[in-house]
Design a protein around this ligand. Sequence first.
Ligand code: ZN
Ligand code: ZN
Length: 360
Amino acid sequence: MTSIEIRHNLFDNPEVSGTEYKTVELIIKKLQIYHPDILTSDIKDGHGVIAIFKGKKQGKNIAFRTDIDALPSGHRCGHDGHTAILLQFAEYIVSGNRPETGSIILIFQPEEETGNGAKKILQSKVLQNLHVDYIFGLHNLPGYHLGNILFKYGTFAAASTGFIAKLEGKQAHAAYPENGINPAKAVADFILALDSFKNDDISNFKQITVIHVNIGEIAFGTAAGDANVMLTLRSFTNKGMSELINNVTSELQQLANKYSLKVSYDFQDKFNALENDDVCVDIVKAAAKELNMTTESLPEPMRWSEDFADYCLKWHGGFFGIGSGENCKPLHNPEYNFPDELIDIGAKMFLKIAEQAMVD
Ligand SMILES: [Zn+2]
Ligand SMILES: [Zn+2]
């Protein structure tokens, strides 16, 4: 199978986060042809693959990561294409580009869409005793000129988290509400207070989106006794996210005291901010220049999140975009499809980045 055929095979057999069984099988089958020095799918509680090509002498260990999971609607984020890029890169490595020193580590990561995959990969045995100097990754970006390399110093993608607030009062007969504790006013106050924690300024961007609210039950004889408020919190920095969480939870606590409610809260789909290392962005730009590719600087971070962020907290990381064309449907759109032209562009970028990073 060529890389394009692999991409189409993955597109036709999408597997959502946590169920990447056949995807891993296909990746392993393809990688076995290239005889990497290490090839493992031993990922605790997950379905991913790590392949390592070693040089003869000590040197830099440079990792490249792709995500491999699909959405319930199919491969509508292009991870099928990203996977094909990393496999094409593996082919380039064994076609006369094996590293002389150090090593090249290929990471096929599951569960990106839920934010769990990077953490699982980072716990894998094979990476425990390995010093990784740099890690690079990419995402295709609809709306930008096909094949343009899109770089961004600092934050590439936002931190975000689902936030679930639970308020517990006391249910009562609707005719005797004074005998209960109704959380409705606290919910109203809470939602109105959220605006004061937001910030539209790009340098300190903080966003709160109300996702779902539920108060009591649909029963006209009953005064509400409990409530849930679900929010998505977003910030361009990890520091900003901590501040946002502090603001929201202390507001909740104050309202609980005021209205004699019990409160608890929980998080879901928690992502760190993807903060690029300047040196890695320089390497990406230098690689694109060597390949005569057009580069573009992204004016502001992506508002969506990427769990590549977790690698950047541990290693020097560089994440960049490749334009998927002005007419490409947006990511996660049910009609989105990855443009095959990007497979070779991405693989050549990774190869050139590996060269540049080894000598850096
Ligand atoms: Zn996605
Ligand atoms: Zn994606």
